[in-house]
Design a protein around this ligand. Structure first.
Ligand SMILES: [Mg+2]
Length: 255
């Protein structure tokens, strides 16, 4: 049997950028009794708390010890300390200031050239390019934009593919991955989910074959594709509803 269930977050456990729904929260809590549960996503730590941890209000400290947060594609790792009743950072691999500057400039230039720099659509206090320490993330309409607007912005990925292509010319030393609904994550090569999954195996002392991974962007170029390429067993989902079906099936086999 698998020891680890690992999950992409946006569109796999939730509707992008929103807290996980009730049924996913219940299913994950139940899974904590049987598996190590590892969400891994480009999001920042505070978003992991808002979107996942705060929704697991019925989980006991003992259960939470089996929840492992692989933040910013697993370039940061947080574990629950049941004694302190709080999360502790186990490791962190941040980008340098110089790298952040270069990436930010490349993305903004590319988006402006292509006419996809939507600064006029931003809500107050929001930003298009965000430094997430281990990666720089472009969110075309900002973090706070409505879900519908986000879905409508680039459903066929064509805008983001064009931005990525131009960024590759402007700052080729970085990797650019399409994720979520309006996002591009820029990272140093190798600091993608392969990095996160490799560290996950080290930290949890498990093999590739012990892991089952759920993601919605498993196609080439998608931010879950590196996990597929590693040879980890993967379930491609269209939404959190598919994930819920699969988890009910898995839990049903255990009972
Ligand atoms: Mg996703």
């Amino acid at each position: 049997m698998k020891k680890v269930l690992a999950f992409d977050v946006d569109q796999t456990l939730n509707i992008a950028k929103t807290p996980i729904p009730d049924d996913i929260a219940e299913l994950l809590t139940e899974c904590l009794d049987h598996f190590e549960i590892c969400p891994i996503s480009g999001q920042k730590f505070d978003q992991f708390l808002i979107q996942i941890v705060d929704r697991l209000e019925n989980a006991t400290p003992k259960q939470l010890e089996h929840l492992h947060l692989f933040v910013a594609q697993g370039t940061q790792y947080y574990r629950y300390d049941a004694k302190k009743k709080d999360w502790t950072q186990v490791y962190n691999y941040p980008l340098t200031d110089e790298q952040v500057k270069k990436i930010t400039k490349a993305i903004q230039t590319a988006a402006e050239e292509l006419g996809y720099w939507e600064a006029d659509k931003l809500q107050e206090g929001d930003e298009i390019i965000e430094n997430r320490l281990s990666q720089v993330t472009f969110s075309a309409l900002g973090q706070k934009a409505g879900t519908e607007a986000k879905y409508a912005w680039d459903p066929d990925h064509k805008k983001r593919e064009a931005i990525v292509k131009r960024c590759k010319e402007l700052a080729p030393e970085f990797d650019y991955e399409i994720g979520g609904t309006t996002s591009i994550n820029a990272i140093t090569p190798g600091m993608n989910k392969v990095f996160g999954m490799t560290h996950m195996m080290e930290e949890l002392k498990v093999k590739k074959s012990d892991i089952l991974y759920f993601g919605d962007m498993t196609q080439p170029g998608g931010n879950d594709y590196p996990v597929v390429q590693m040879g980890i067993d993967t379930i491609t989902v269209r939404s959190h509803e598919d994930t819920a079906y699969a988890l009910r099936g898995i839990l049903g086999l255990i009972k």
